[in-house]
Design a protein around this ligand. Structure first.
Ligand code: HEC
Length: 116
């Protein structure tokens, strides 16, 4: 009979500690601030929508911008160009209306937060 109590005690201790552990882990994982925007959900769709067909692989013959590595490498040039105005030399999207300020800021924030 004593054994039963001892093992019941161990089981509840284990349960108690693993509970503590899991709540602790959950708070630790929340620590890093979540990026406001990410490539797959935000940046790629914008590139595909606004830089098509010229910069979309298989459609245009310009630097593919549906490719994360290319966008990361050229992010400063991209920001410089989309901040220009139609008619400026080097303005992008070429022969298309200027991106909204919201879209331009999204790319700048994405860069500032580490191009995730
Ligand atoms: C209608 C076609 C067209 C669209 C749409 C377009 N571009 Fe371009 N893009 C060009 C052409 C043509 C060039 C080459 C001329 C130049 O460098 O100015 C170019 C060049 C570039 C370059 C330099 C590439 C290199 O190889 O160094 C970048 C960066 C760029 N575009 C970004 C963009 C972004 C970002 C968008 C979407 C917001 C966009 N472009 C939309 C036609 C387009």
């Amino acid at each position: 009979m004593k054994r039963v109590f001892v093992s019941a005690g161990i089981v509840s201790l284990v349960a108690f500690f693993s509970y503590c552990n899991s709540t602790k882990k959950a708070t630790v994982e929340k620590q890093p601030k979540k990026a406001s925007f990410n490539w797959t959900a935000n940046i790629k769709p914008l590139m595909v929508e606004k830089c098509s067909p010229c910069h979309v692989e298989g459609k245009g013959n310009k630097l593919p911008l549906d490719n994360m590595d290319n966008v990361k490498t050229h992010v400063d040039d991209i920001i410089r160009r989309i901040e220009m105005h139609p008619g400026d030399r080097g303005y992008m999207p070429f022969k298309n209306p200027r991106l909204s300020d919201t879209a331009i800021n999204m790319i700048k924030t994405w860069k500032a937060e580490g191009l995730l």
